[in-house]
Design a protein. Structure first.
Length: 322
């Protein structure tokens, strides 16, 4: 079975139980998004391919850690030999940090408003990066919104300034103002990700009340002007009720703008507990559409240096998983 089909099956399941030798150093925790507040996850890799699976003792997938990162994965009739990737912070090879672990918005798929995490100090963030500097090649930053979007933006800019001495590529994904792309570009940020979240504006307004769909589109266009092709990304969640035709239209619109969509399978938590994860067949079908749309616009996810498209653990990524 081709890797893209194997990974689609694993993403459709979404979780694994971990057994064997102690593996605490290989377990990553999430402080933002649908995985926030969970039991953690592991990154299983085979050669250049990687998948992230949340830990769940009831999962039908088992990963047996043999020691030293060597691991075997068992699922249905599949038996895969590979490795557990040691995370830097949140994911392998990156210091991926959630700056503010709380949020004034209440997106239906996100646990952050309920968890009400704290805002990390700049000194704390610098120490976090220092602690993994020997095993990361990039810094990625995301954040909730503690009080106002403008205040959060100003704080993130201060964080970026404090991290400049590390000399690493920096990716940033925050809720933007109109000026955010320009301000980040002026500080030398490498890549940005502003999230469309849903395939249609109608669904977006239902799942992300208080967010401005038009603003997201505006800052994505401005970001491509500033950062160039293969440096601007946008998460789009698969499984919020959209049709395949609606998802394809969204993918193609973003690609025509010069934006690389990140197709994120729905994690059915918070306000989506009655939903199911998208099927493997659907994920593979959308991957083909995604790959063609990017090729038509001359976009290449393999150029990504930071954030989700560089990691590939949570999504099927054209050029990386095909």
């Amino acid at each position: 079975m081709r890797w893209q089909n194997v990974k689609a099956e694993l993403l459709a399941a979404g979780s694994a139980r971990l057994s064997g030798e102690p593996a605490e150093e290989y377990i990553a925790k999430s402080a933002a998004g649908p995985g926030a507040g969970g039991e953690g996850s592991v990154f299983f890799s085979q050669g250049r391919h990687r998948v992230r699976l949340a830990l769940d003792e009831m999962s039908g997938i088992e990963i047996v850690h043999r020691g030293g990162g060597v691991a075997d994965l068992f699922f249905k009739n599949l038996s895969l030999s590979g490795r557990l990737d040691r995370p830097g912070l949140h994911c392998p090879e990156q210091a991926y940090i959630t700056i503010t672990g709380s949020c004034i918005f209440h997106c239906r798929y996100c646990a952050v408003p309920r968890i009400r995490g704290h805002r990390k100090t700049i000194d704390e963030i610098v120490r976090m990066v220092e602690s993994v500097r020997d095993r990361v090649t990039a810094i990625s930053l995301t954040s909730g919104v503690q009080t106002t979007v403008e205040d959060e933006e100003a704080y993130v800019l201060d964080v970026v300034r404090a991290l400049q001495p590390f000399g690493l590529p920096v990716g940033v994904s925050i809720y933007p103002t109109e000026q955010t792309p320009d301000l980040l570009h002026e500080l030398g940020v490498t890549e940005v990700k502003f999230n469309t979240e849903a395939a249609t504006e109608k669904i977006f307004k239902e799942v992300c009340p208080g967010h401005d769909y038009g603003l997201i589109r505006q800052v994505l266009e401005r970001s491509v002007d500033l950062f160039g092709k293969n440096r601007v990304f946008s998460n789009v969640i698969v499984g919020l009720g959209e049709t395949d035709a609606e998802m394809e239209q969204c993918i193609r619109i973003l690609a025509r703008l010069g934006v690389i969509p990140v197709l994120r399978p729905l994690n059915p938590v918070e306000g989506f507990t009655g939903y199911t994860r998208p099927s493997a067949d659907r994920l593979v079908k959308l991957l083909a559409v995604h790959e063609q749309a990017l090729a038509d616009e001359g976009l290449d996810p393999r150029e990504a240096q930071t954030m989700c498209t560089n990691c590939t653990g949570c999504d099927l990524v054209p050029g990386r998983d095909t």
